[in-house]
Design a protein around this ligand. Structure first.
Ligand SMILES: NC(=O)c1ccc[n+]([C@@H]2O[C@H](COP(=O)([O-])OP(=O)(O)OC[C@H]3O[C@@H](n4cnc5c(N)ncnc54)[C@H](O)[C@@H]3O)[C@@H](O)[C@H]2O)c1
Length: 437
């Protein structure tokens, strides 16, 4: 277990300027975290480059983007994209003529998946094929990038990759029970972790969420060393998650979403940053607050920790701008429902003994329980129901604020990073927002 190492002060150094290069290692999705960093890179006048995860054809074969897809993705990014498919993980990889992990999982049904055993020798062969494919594509992408990054430039690699859920019908049903279910429909996360299906998914998470960071750092060593010869600096950042300190009972306290099944992979991601740091490479994992994005929407209740940000905004500023945010948020609620009511409900939620028992950093990532799901999913559903429009939630509004703040925090901290793993908690997020507005 790593020590909790929060970033407490707003960083103010910036080594990046026009002519320097920002590379997005992952693909840009609408509401994703990396939008905040991209805004900063654009403001600094950096050249923006990106990669793609590629697309799958009707036979699940990975392919580059078509011309039309590439044009759209480049317009969206505001920069050139190296068109080598960088889908990570091995769920659809296998030695020629043998079944891939998704094929192996195809026979699983809701009534047999817990007992089903996988052929681990075959899974291992598939993993080797997937890793070799990703490493070779990354090498190819780096060779392309090498030509686009001039001597004398500083270079910023932003890693966003996270995922690895295989496309099997049965997992969707299981995930709905683990992350959204309560009462009769609840299923404990431990059931998944104890199954072969769960073990295979954790291996794939490791590949996508964690090891891609290591492969990136290794594959870009040539570019890094070339730039260094002319004094050019290279930085690597990745988005982690390992709980967040939020205001509970007037104090910043660490809490987490449970069960965060990707937690093991996120700790491995931290290990990769620490190993690189040990070799003198400036690689930092920024453990970020819970926000609502395409990737986190499945976790019902993950958004509950966002509400106390409103209180952090009051605490860290003089109240003026924070008050406007309160009013904006209140306007999203049904007539007759006050924001104070919601914040009181969140305070009760955090004081609840079941919820409090999960604030255990040393035991992270803990398994979920039926009692937890009852309170967490229940509170989430109740609060969502108090909004005028389920598609315009207070937590959407607050997610955008958090995202906006992490851009400058990560961008500037990366200029002179304090360490390989840093937490961006609600205190520094609130201070950054107040400073910006
Ligand atoms: N949303 C949150 O609450 C939260 C909190 C802390 C950290 N993060 C982290 O922030 C990062 C960005 O996530 P986000 O929530 O902004 O969502 P997002 O959906 O915008 O980003 C997910 C990224 O993962 C990439 N990806 C997914 N599957 C992949 C695969 N098989 N191979 C390669 N790349 C793949 C996508 O291209 C995309 O860039 C992730 O590392 C995520 O874990 C998110």
């Amino acid at each position: 277990m790593s020590a909790l190492t929060p970033l407490r002060e707003i960083p103010d150094k910036n080594i990046f300027r026009a002519g320097d290069v920002f590379v997005l290692f992952g693909e840009l999705f609408g509401r994703g975290y990396v939008n905040g960093l991209l805004d900063e890179a654009r403001k600094a006048g950096m050249t923006i480059l990106g990669v793609t995860v590629g697309r799958r054809d009707e036979n699940h074969k990975l392919r580059p983007l078509t011309d039309a897809e590439l044009k759209e993705a480049e317009a969206n990014l505001g920069g050139r994209i190296v068109n080598v498919p960088l889908m990570a993980g091995f769920d659809l990889d296998a030695p020629e003529g043998t079944p891939n992990p998704t094929d192996l999982l195809a026979g699983l049904k809701l009534n047999n998946w817990q007992e089903a055993r996988l052929d681990w020798a075959q899974i291992e062969r598939c993993r080797e094929v997937g890793v070799a494919r990703f490493k070779s594509s990354t090498a190819q992408a780096m060779a392309e990038l090498d030509k686009l990054i001039p001597d004398g430039a500083n270079l910023f690699f932003a890693h966003t990759m996270a995922g690895g859920i295989p496309k099997t019908k049965v997992f969707l049903a299981i995930a709905n029970r683990i992350y959204k279910g309560r009462g009769e429909r609840f299923m404990p996360s431990r059931a998944l972790l104890d199954s072969d299906l769960g073990k295979m998914i954790l291996m794939n998470f490791d590949e996508v969420t964690a090891n891609t960071f290591q492969y990136l750092i290794e594959a870009s060593s040539g570019i890094r060393e070339r730039l260094a010869r002319n004094g050019g600096e290279t930085r690597y950042t990745a988005y982690g998650y390992h709980g967040t300190e939020i205001l509970i009972g007037g104090e910043y306290q660490w809490q987490t979403y449970t069960n965060y099944t990707q937690g093991y992979a996120k700790m491995r991601l931290e290990d990769h940053a620490e190993a690189a740091w040990g070799q003198g490479i400036k690689a930092t994992v920024f453990n970020c607050p819970e926000i609502r994005t395409n990737s986190s929407d499945i976790f019902v209740g993950v958004e509950l920790s966002l509400f106390p940000l409103l209180e952090a905004l009051m605490k860290e500023g003089d109240g003026g701008w924070a008050y406007e945010q309160w009013k904006q948020c209140e306007s999203l609620l049904n007539d007759g429902v006050s924001l104070r009511d919601i914040l009181d409900q969140i305070a009760d939620y955090n004081a609840n003994s079941t919820i409090a028992s999960f604030r255990n950093y040393a035991a992270w990532p803990m398994d979920n329980t039926a009692e937890l799901a009852e309170v967490m999913v229940g509170t989430s559903e109740e609060i969502t129901g108090l909004h005028k429009d389920r598609k315009a939630l207070i937590t959407d509004y607050l997610s955008a604020l958090v995202l906006e703040s992490t851009g400058p925090l990560i961008f500037r901290e990366a200029s002179a990073p304090h360490g390989p793993v840093l937490w961006l908690n609600h205190d520094v997020v609130a201070k950054q927002l107040i400073g910006m507005h």
